[in-house]
Every structure is written in structure tokens, then in C-alpha cells.
Design a protein around this ligand. Structure first.
Ligand code: NDP
Length: 262
């Protein structure tokens, strides 16, 4: 009965891209696991969505809790078809001002969280010989700008870990998809950490002018369905940045030093 209704587990489902992913998958009548720390927002989303869902609050830095979370999903739905490691936090500040605590926090949320949760889900997917592990990386997983040292590091690390993982798990029928948005209109800049490790609390202009989250989510789902290994979902400016970095890195470096990022 449930054959065509995949179980999709989305982290960071309480806001922005994750919330939009949940809305799109709900239209496909997927069965959803909605995770983030804001229980009230997740519950409101689950009530709004016209599909079967499980609200599973979690902090993606509470690595020791993940085995229990996987068990809870399996007890409820019996399977996990797609895991989308989407929760993340950005940065607004110069490297020296931000300090090591911000470096560690961003690596914990953006890198070790997806790694540890994917590790917890992998044995189940391997046993079934199927499954998709997707990760919301970023164009910042490919390029550099000022004021994003820790954020770019965490997203570059994602690229490396999951690219290598793919080389190991494809034989077991497991797909690994890296999703690289450019600027998307979400609350990312509100929640981004400033030099004091506090939320920036502002909607940056470039964020407000970003792609609508619904459009980004639609493209992400299409990439997953098509079995893509990696996809850049971005406007011309960010796609050009990725292209220049790849093919003319010295030119990109000269430009990047002068990018007036907020
Ligand atoms: P939002 O700030 O709107 O959403 C971030 C989500 O991550 C929230 O649901 C938040 O939920 C969750 N989250 C943050 N920290 C934790 C944590 N410790 N444990 C569990 N959940 C957490 O931003 P976006 O929707 O834009 O961000 C989603 C992803 O997209 C991120 O990985 C981001 O890096 C990436 N991205 C975004 C871009 C953009 O321009 N918006 C561009 C490129 C990549 P809660 O606070 O309830 O825990």
C-alpha cells in the first residue's frame, strides 16, 4: 500500500528550504519525518501539510541521540527512503573577530551533524540495498568570499566527505546527492552567527533578493529524483562564481577579495 509513498526525513524542516521541501514532498503524498529544534514550528507545519508525517524534534549537534532517532523513525514508518541533511547555520563576520567558538559551532551543525546522522541511517539503507542521502551544501562549498571562513569550511568539508562516501556506497544501491544552492530567500541571515556567536538578526539584502525557497526545493527534489550526484541551484551570479573558480581560479581569487559581502 505504501510502495509509492517514500519516507523522506528532512532536517531543518522548521524554516526556509527545509519547510519548502516538506511542502513539496507533501504534495507528492510522501510520508515525512520533520526534524529541527523548534517543536512548535514543526507541529504547525505537520498540521498544515496534507500528508502522513512524524514530528521528530532534534538538535543536529546532539550526535549521541541519533541512533534513538533512527529507531523512532523505523518504529513509526518501518523504513527510510530519503534522508535530506538540510539543517544549517551561516556566518556573518571576519575570521579573526568570529573566533574559534564560531568555527567549531558551524562545523558541528553543518558538517558533523550530517555526517553523524548519515552514519546512523546507513546500516538501514545498506540492509535494504536502497536509499538516498542528500545534503544541502552551498555554492560556498565551491568558492570563497570574505566573512564566511567557517561557513565555507563546513560546506567544503561536506563536499569532500559525501563525495567520498558515494564512492563506497553506490554498490549497495545508495545514492548520495549534493545540493548546492546560491542565495535563497530564507531566514538564513537572521540565524547566521556574528562575531559574538549570536544570531545576526537581520535580513540581508542579498538574501532577500535570493531565489524563492519553493523554487529551490522543487529543483532539489528534481535532482534527487533524477539521481544527480551534485547540482548547483543558483542565479547567474553564483553560477558564474562557481564557473570562474573552477576554470580560472586566479581570476576568481582576485574578484573574491573585493566582493562586498554583508
Ligand atoms: P533557515 O535559517 O531558514 O533554516 C535553517 C534550519 O536549520 C531551521 O529549520 C533550523 O531549525 C535548522 N537548524 C539550525 N540549527 C540546528 C540544530 N542545531 N539542530 C537542528 N536543526 C537546526 O535557513 P535555510 O533554509 O536557508 O537553510 C537550510 C540549508 O540551506 C542550510 O544548510 C544552509 O546552509 C543551506 N543554504 C542556504 C542558502 C540560502 O541562501 N538560504 C544558500 C546555500 C545553502 P531550528 O532553529 O528550529 O532548529
Amino acid at each position: 500500500m505504501h510502495k509509492n509513498r517514500p519516507v523522506v526525513w528532512i532536517t531543518g524542516a522548521s524554516s526556509g528550504i527545509g519547510e519548502a521541501l516538506a511542502e513539496q514532498y507533501a504534495r507528492q503524498q510522501a510520508r515525512l519525518v520533520l526534524s529541527a529544534r523548534s517543536v512548535d514550528k514543526l507541529e504547525a507545519l505537520a498540521t498544515r501539510l496534507d500528508c502522513e508525517s512524524l514530528v521528530l524534534p532534534m538538535d543536529v549537534t546532539d550526535f549521541g541521540s541519533f541512533a534513538g532517532k533512527v529507531e523512532a523513525v523505523l518504529a513509526h514508518f518501518g523504513q527510510i527512503d530519503i534522508l535530506i541533511n538540510n539543517a544549517g547555520v551561516s556566518q556573518r563576520g571576519w575570521a579573526e573577530a568570529c573566533g574559534f567558538a564560531v568555527d567549531q559551532r558551524l562545523m558541528d551543525v553543518n558538517f558533523f551533524g550530517p555526517v553523524a546522522l548519515s552514519r546512523a541511517v546507513l546500516p538501514h539503507m545498506r540492509a535494504r540495498k536502497q536509499g538516498v542521502i542528500a545534503v544541502t551544501s552551498s555554492v560556498m562549498g565551491k568558492v570563497q568570499t570574505p566573512r564566511r571562513t567557517a561557513y565555507a569550511a563546513s560546506k567544503h568539508a561536506i563536499q569532500g566527505w559525501f563525495d567520498c562516501l558515494r564512492c563506497e556506497v553506490w554498490k549497495d544501491g545508495i545514492q548520495v546527492t549534493l545540493l548546492l544552492p546560491g542565495y535563497v530567500h530564507t531566514h538564513l541571515s537572521y540565524h547566521a552567527l556574528d562575531a559574538d556567536g549570536q544570531p545576526h538578526g537581520k535580513m540581508d539584502r542579498i538574501q532577500a533578493n535570493g531565489m524563492p525557497a519553493e523554487r529551490c526545493a522543487r529543483k532539489m527534489i528534481r535532482a534527487i529524483e533524477k539521481g544527480k550526484e551534485e547540482v548547483i541551484i543558483a542565479g547567474l551570479q553564483e553560477r558564474l562564481a562557481a564557473w570562474l573558480k573552477r576554470f580560472t581560479p586566479r581570476l576568481y581569487s582576485a574578484i573574491a577579495k573585493r566582493i562586498p559581502v554583508e
